[in-house]
Design a protein around this ligand. Structure first.
Ligand SMILES: Cc1ncc(C[n+]2csc(CCOP(=O)(O)OP(=O)(O)O)c2C)c(N)n1
Ligand SMILES: [Mg+2]
Length: 816
C-alpha cells in the first residue's frame, strides 16, 4: 500500500502538471490567428486532480463508467495520456481543431469518454439513468456474464443547482437505484463566486432522504493528526466554523496569512499557538489546506470502504485551484496562470524546459516502476471499453392497421399493440418510456401486453379487485415499459442512457419515448445531449400543433418542426397517414441501429445527407462518404386528429419516398400553375384545396412531405456534393421538383412554423408562399382555428391565387 501510495502521489502530481500545461500550451504557446481567447479551467482541474487520480489509477474497474465534471476535461485527457489512450498531439491541440475537447465528448474525443458532459447537471443524471438501464438489461436476462458496473459522476458543487439533478434523484428513488456514485467536488465555489454556507448539510439530508448513503470527506490525514495534538480540538472547531469566504481568502493568502489570522484568533491560547508555531509558513499552509479531497489516503479508504450497491454521495471537500497560485480566489474559475507563474510552477514540479510532455519528468520514482504500475492499472487492463452489440433483426414490414378514418397517434398505438403480440427477439428489445403520459400518448395497449418494469413484481390492485379498467398496470422485472414521473428532462436522459446500452452494456435496446409535442422544449437540452453523445432512440410526440384544438394555446406546439430539422442526430418525420407511419417506424428501427463515426467530418455530411444511395445511382462511382449513412435517432411528430386514410398499395417507390421525405400524391402536369406541399395533419385541407383549384386550374400538384428534415438535409448534402465535384448528385426534392414548370407557384402548409417548408421554393426557383402557425394558439374547433391561423383550404387557395398565374378561383369563400 505504501508503495502504491507513493506511485499515486507521483501520478497525482503529473496529472495536475499535464492538465495545467495542456491549458497553458493552448493559451500561451500555440499560435492563434482569430483573436479569440482559447480558455480552459486550471482551477477546476486542480480541484479534482487527487480524486480522479485515486479513481482512475486505483479504484475504477473496466466496467465502471464515469461522467467527468466538464471543466476537468484536461485532467481526464492527462490520465488517458498516461494510460496510453491519448496522444501528445491531441493534448497539444487541446481546444483546437481535432484536438482533445474542452469538455469530455463521447463522439468528438478519441480517448474513450464514457459520457459527454458540458451542460452542467446532465452528465450527473445520466449516470443515474445508466444505472437503471443496467438493471433493466440484467433483469431481462442479458449481459449477466459481465460484472455490474458502477456509474459514477464527478459533480461540481455548483452543478447541484441544476434542477434536472433533483428530478433524477426522485426518479432514482422510485426505481430502486443501485450502483451509482456521485462524488461532489465540494470546493465551495461556482463560476462567479463562493457559494452559500452549509450547503453540505442540505445535500446530506436530501440524499439520505432519498435512500442514498452519504460519505462526507472533510479533513485529510495531516489535519486529522494535527487535531490530536494539544489545541487540535480547538483548531478543528475553528475550521468547522470558518465561513467559506474567509477560508477561501486565507487559502489564497497562503502560510503567512494563515499564521496571522490564527495568531489573532487564538491570541490567548498557547496550545494552538504552539501547534502553528512549530510549522513553517509552507507547512502551515499545507496543513490548513489538507482537505480530504486532496488527500489520497482518505479518498482511497473511503472509496474502497463501500461494500454495498446502494447509491452513494461522497461530499469531498476540495480547494478550487489547489496547488496553483490562484487557489481559493473567488475569481479563479476561468483564471489562467501567467507565463511567469507557470515558470515557477514548472520549477516546483521539477520539469525541465523541453520535457513538459514527458510522462515521468520530475517524478520521484523510477520510470520503470511507474510504467509497470500504469501497465497494470485495472481500469485500463481490459482494453477497449466500448462494447459492440449485434443488430436486432427488424421485420421487413411492420403492421399497418387499416381504419377508414383514424389519426397517426391511434395508428401508433395499434402498430405497437401488434408488435406487442410478437414473441421474438425484436419485440423483446423494445423498451418504452413516458413521463406520466403513457395512456394519453396511446401506449396503453402495448403496456397491457408487455407490462411495466420494476425490480419487484407489483400487481394491479384494480385488476385484482375486479374493478373494470382499460389498462393493466402491472410491474415486474420483465416489464418493458418504464413509467416516469412528469419530468421531460428525465425522459430524455433516460432515452440517452437506454440508447447507449449497446455500447455500455453490450446489449442493444430499441427505446421509444413518448411525450406531448410542446414539452419537447421542456427537456430540449437533455435531448440535444442525448443526440450529441449519439444515443439511439425513437421519440414519439403527440398531440401536436393547434390541431389539438380544445386543449388550447398552452399545449400547442409551433417551433417543434424546426427543432426537428435543426437538431443534429435526429431525423424528424411528420406523417399524415398511418401507412406512412408504419413505413417510417420500420425504417427507424433499422436506422437507430446503424453504426457511424460521428466524430468524422465526412460521416457527418453523410448523416445529414441521409438519403438512399439510389439518388446517385445513375452516376457511378460514388465517393464513400456519400454512401456512409451513419444512423441516428428519430423524432415522429404525430397528431390526434382522425383523418380519412387513403386506400393504396405500398409500392417500393412510395415506401422510399416516404422515408426520403416526400412523394407526389398528385403529380403536377406539364402546365401546372400550382403545387400544394403539405405536412402532417393538415393533409385534408391540402387535398380539399387541390380539389377546389382543380375545377379551374389544370394539373395542380399535391406533394406530401413526410419529413421536411430529411428532404432538406438531402438537398444540402447534394449541393455540397456538387460543389465537391460530384456534378450529377441530385437530392430527392430536386428530382421531385425537376419537372415542375418554372412559372408554377408552390403553396406550403403545415400545423407548425411556416419556415419548416419555406425553403422549398429555393430548390428549383419556384415562387412560394408558406402557410403555418406563427402565433400562440387558443381553444376552438379545428375549423375555427385553421381559419384563424390561415391553414385551411381557403387560405391555401387564396395563397395560390396570390402567387400563381392563371384565372381566379370561383369557389373561394370571402376571407375575413
Ligand atoms: C447548463 C449550464 N449552464 C451554465 C454553464 C456555465 N458554467 C460552467 S461551469 C459553471 C460553474 C461550475 O461550478 P462548479 O460546478 O462548482 O465547478 P467548479 O469549477 O467549481 O469545480 C457554470 C455556471 C454550463 N456549463 N452549463
Ligand atoms: Mg465548485
Amino acid at each position: 500500500m505504501a508503495d502504491t501510495l507513493d506511485i499515486l502521489r507521483d501520478l497525482e502530481k503529473k496529472v495536475l502538471w499535464l492538465a495545467s500545461w495542456t491549458i497553458h500550451n493552448a493559451n500561451h504557446l500555440r499560435s492563434g490567428t482569430d483573436g479569440l481567447k482559447v480558455g480552459g479551467h486550471q482551477a477546476s482541474c486542480a480541484s479534482l486532480a487527487t480524486i480522479m487520480t485515486a479513481l482512475y489509477f486505483d479504484v475504477l474497474r473496466p466496467v465502471d463508467r464515469v461522467a467527468v465534471k466538464p471543466h476537468a476535461s484536461p485532467i481526464f485527457h492527462a490520465i488517458q495520456y498516461l494510460l496510453g489512450k491519448q496522444t501528445q498531439r491531441r493534448l497539444e491541440a487541446f481546444r483546437g481543431y481535432k484536438g482533445a475537447q474542452s469538455y469530455p465528448s463521447r463522439t468528438k474525443d478519441a480517448d474513450d469518454v464514457d459520457f459527454s458532459t458540458g451542460s452542467v447537471g446532465l452528465g450527473v443524471a445520466q449516470t443515474l439513468f445508466s444505472s437503471l438501464t443496467q438493471d433493466y438489461v440484467r433483469a431481462h436476462g442479458w449481459g449477466l456474464n459481465r460484472p455490474e458496473a458502477r456509474m459514477i459522476a464527478l459533480v461540481g458543487d455548483a452543478e447541484l443547482d441544476e434542477g434536472n439533478i433533483f428530478e433524477a434523484i426522485l426518479e432514482g428513488w422510485k426505481h430502486g437505484l443501485r450502483n451509482c456514485w456521485w462524488i461532489v467536488d465540494y470546493n465551495r465555489q461556482s463560476l462567479d463566486a463562493v457559494v452559500r454556507e452549509g450547503l453540505w448539510q442540505r445535500f446530506e439530508t436530501l440524499f439520505r432522504d432519498f435512500g442514498w448513503d452519504v460519505v462526507i470527506l472533510k479533513y485529510g490525514t495531516l489535519l486529522e493528526a494535527a487535531f490530536k495534538e494539544p489545541g487540535g480540538d480547538k483548531l478543528r472547531v475553528w475550521i468547522d466554523s470558518c465561513p467559506n469566504q474567509y477560508y477561501s481568502a486565507l487559502v489564497f493568502g497562503g502560510g503567512a496569512a494563515w499564521r496571522k489570522r490564527l495568531n489573532e484568533d487564538f491570541a490567548g491560547d498557547n496550545a494552538v499557538r504552539e501547534l502553528t508555531a512549530k510549522r513553517t509558513d509552507d507547512e502551515l499552509a499545507r496543513l490548513m489546506t489538507n482537505l480530504a479531497g486532496h488527500d489520497l489516503p482518505s479518498l482511497l479508504d473511503a472509496f474502497h470502504a463501500v461494500d454495498h450497491d446502494r447509491p452513494v454521495c461522497f461530499i469531498c471537500y476540495t480547494i478550487k485551484g489547489y496547488s496553483l497560485p490562484f487557489a481559493g480566489h473567488k475569481d479563479n474559475h476561468a483564471g489562467l496562470m501567467t507565463p511567469a507563474q507557470m515558470e515557477t510552477f514548472r520549477q516546483a514540479m521539477g520539469v525541465r524546459p523541453g520535457h513538459e510532455w514527458d510522462m515521468f519528468e520530475g517524478l520521484s520514482l523510477p520510470t520503470k516502476r511507474l510504467q509497470e504500475f500504469l501497465d497494470s492499472v485495472p481500469f485500463a487492463a481490459a482494453g477497449e471499453r466500448r462494447l459492440k452489440a449485434p443488430e436486432i433483426d427488424v421485420p421487413a414490414e411492420l403492421p399497418a392497421p387499416h381504419q377508414a378514418v383514424t389519426s397517426t397517434q391511434t395508428g401508433f398505438g395499434l402498430i405497437l399493440n401488434e408488435i406487442g403480440r410478437d414473441t421474438g427477439e425484436f419485440a423483446s428489445r423494445i423498451v418504452t418510456a413516458s413521463p406520466d403520459v403513457t395512456i394519453s400518448t396511446n401506449l396503453g395497449a402495448w403496456v397491457n401486453r408487455r407490462g411495466l418494469f420494476a425490480h419487484e413484481a407489483m400487481a394491479d390492485i384494480f385488476k385484482r379487485e375486479r374493478i373494470p379498467s382499460t389498462f393493466t398496470w402491472e410491474f415486474s422485472p420483465k416489464g418493458q415499459h418504464i413509467e416516469l414521473g412528469i419530468a421531460e428532462m428525465n425522459l430524455f436522459i433516460l432515452l440517452s442512457a437506454l440508447g447507449l446500452s449497446h455500447s455500455i452494456n453490450g446489449e442493444r435496446l430499441l427505446p421509444i419515448g413518448t411525450l406531448y409535442d410542446p414539452f419537447i422544449a421542456r427537456g430540449l437540452d437533455a435531448l440535444n445531449y442525448a443526440c450529441y453523445q449519439d444515443a439511439r432512440f425513437i421519440l414519439v410526440a403527440t398531440p401536436s400543433g393547434i390541431t389539438l384544438a380544445p386543449e388550447g394555446g398552452a399545449h400547442q406546439s409551433i417551433a417543434e418542426p424546426l427543432i426537428g430539422m435543426a437538431q443534429d442526430g435526429l431525423a424528424a418525420f411528420e406523417p399524415a397517414f398511418v401507412d406512412e407511419l408504419s413505413v417510417i417506424l420500420r425504417w427507424a428501427f433499422a436506422y437507430m441501429q446503424k453504426d457511424g463515426d460521428a466524430a468524422e467530418d465526412f460521416s457527418l455530411v453523410a448523416r445529414s445527407d441521409a438519403k438512399p444511395v439510389s439518388t446517385f445511382a445513375d452516376h457511378a462511382p460514388e465517393p464513400t462518404w456519400l454512401r456512409d449513412e451513419t444512423g441516428g435517432s428519430v423524432y415522429l411528430r404525430l397528431s390526434t386528429r382522425p383523418i380519412e386514410q387513403i386506400e393504396r398499395t405500398m409500392t417500393p417507390a412510395l415506401r422510399q419516398g416516404i422515408v426520403d421525405g416526400a412523394y407526389w400524391q398528385r403529380l403536377p402536369g406539364p402546365n401546372a400553375q400550382v403545387v400544394v406541399a403539405y405536412t402532417g395533419a393538415v393533409a385534408p385541407e391540402a387535398i380539399a384545396a387541390v380539389g377546389l383549384m382543380a375545377e379551374d386550374r389544370r394539373d395542380v400538384g399535391l406533394l406530401a412531405v413526410t419529413s421536411a428534415d430529411r428532404l432538406n438535409a438531402g438537398w444540402t448534402a447534394a449541393q455540397r456534393a456538387r460543389e465537391r465535384g460530384l456534378v450529377h448528385a441530385r437530392s430527392h426534392i430536386e428530382r421531385l421538383l425537376a419537372d415542375v414548370p418554372h412559372h408554377c407557384g408552390i403553396v406550403t402548409v403545415l400545423d407548425g412554423h411556416p419556415a419548416t417548408l419555406g425553403w422549398l421554393g429555393a430548390v428549383a426557383g419556384h415562387r412560394t408562399r408558406s402557410l403555418g402557425v406563427e402565433h400562440f394558439g387558443q381553444t376552438g374547433s379545428l375549423a375555427e382555428l385553421y381559419e384563424h391561423y390561415g391553414i385551411d383550404a381557403n387560405a391555401i387557395v387564396a395563397a395560390a391565387q396570390a402567387i400563381a398565374p392563371g384565372r381566379p378561383i370561383r369557389h373561394l369563400k370571402a376571407l375575413p
